[in-house]
Design a protein around this ligand. Structure first.
Ligand SMILES: [Zn+2]
Length: 263
């Protein structure tokens, strides 16, 4: 039995993706547990990034104080075009924001539940695609900071989705897309002053997930509704565990929950 705070699953790009469940100080390989029974039991407590223990998060993974004050929850986290560290303007904590924002970022196309656009730190794209359950991914542009990636994405969001339909993503493998053709089709929407950041190479990464059986009709589990989750693990995709009886559990949205894992 493993005890402690749940974190987002650690992924490794192998064929299929290798998943480790992080709980407390333990790391449990999940690929080996597919078709086995596992159980997760929530203690009734959660821990915020600030270390405060609560019965329930205020919003997302934050307590009230952090949601309104911590740089991890500032508006530019959700809307990267609002970043201002490169302009020397503080949002909530300039030192933190400089470290987080002033590194190269990339803009990508991925196929999770269909074509989508997204941004992430440069070289983090594989992790991001695996976390989203994308089966294909390809870079469009590499830019010097997070704000500029947000500006590129903002233009592409006018013509492309930036969301994953998680029910669709979990219900099977989407139809393969020609991401290079999509890149050539959509880069014309990037304004001329940002065209310099488009990368010339056209590389598509394909990703396979360890799924024995996909759910037919997705039924989402959550600790606030039921603190005991047990069943046969039938697969892992994105940050979701797929259980028998069409049940799915989003590990990422349970980050910070104090729980027990039995295998
Ligand atoms: Zn907090």
């Amino acid at each position: 039995m493993y005890n402690g705070v749940i974190q987002k699953m650690q992924t490794e790009y192998t064929d299929p993706v290798n998943y480790d469940f992080l709980i407390g100080d333990s790391k449990v390989n999940l690929n080996e547990l597919i078709n086995s029974k596992i159980s997760l039991v929530w203690s009734g407590e959660v821990v915020c990034v600030c270390g405060k223990k609560l019965k329930k998060f205020y919003r997302q993974h934050f307590c009230y104080q952090c949601y309104w004050n911590a740089p991890e929850a500032s508006p530019s986290i959700f809307k990267p075009e609002l970043c201002t560290a490169d302009l020397g303007i503080e949002e909530r904590n300039l030192a933190w924001e400089k470290k987080f924002q002033l590194v190269p970022h990339c803009v990508y196309l991925a196929n999770s539940s269909g074509l989508k656009v997204g941004i992430t730190r440069n070289n983090n794209q594989l992790t991001r695609w695996m976390d989203q359950g994308a089966v294909q991914g390809s870079l469009i542009a590499v830019v010097p900071n997070r704000r500029i990636s947000g500006l590129v994405e903002l233009e592409l969001k006018k013509v492309l989705s930036d969301r994953t339909n998680w029910r669709k993503m979990l219900s099977g493998s989407p139809q393969k897309l020609d991401l290079i053709q999509a890149k050539n089709q959509y880069i014309k929407y990037i304004p001329s002053e940002l065209q310099q950041f488009i990368i010339p190479e056209n590389k598509v990464v394909n990703i396979q997930y360890p799924v024995a059986v996909y759910p037919v009709k997705v039924n989402s589990l959550n600790f606030y509704k039921c603190n005991i989750i047990e069943g046969t693990l039938l697969g892992i995709k994105g940050q979701y565990l797929l259980f028998d009886d069409n049940r799915v559990f989003n590990v990422r949205s349970h980050q910070g929950f104090i729980a027990k894992l039995s295998i």
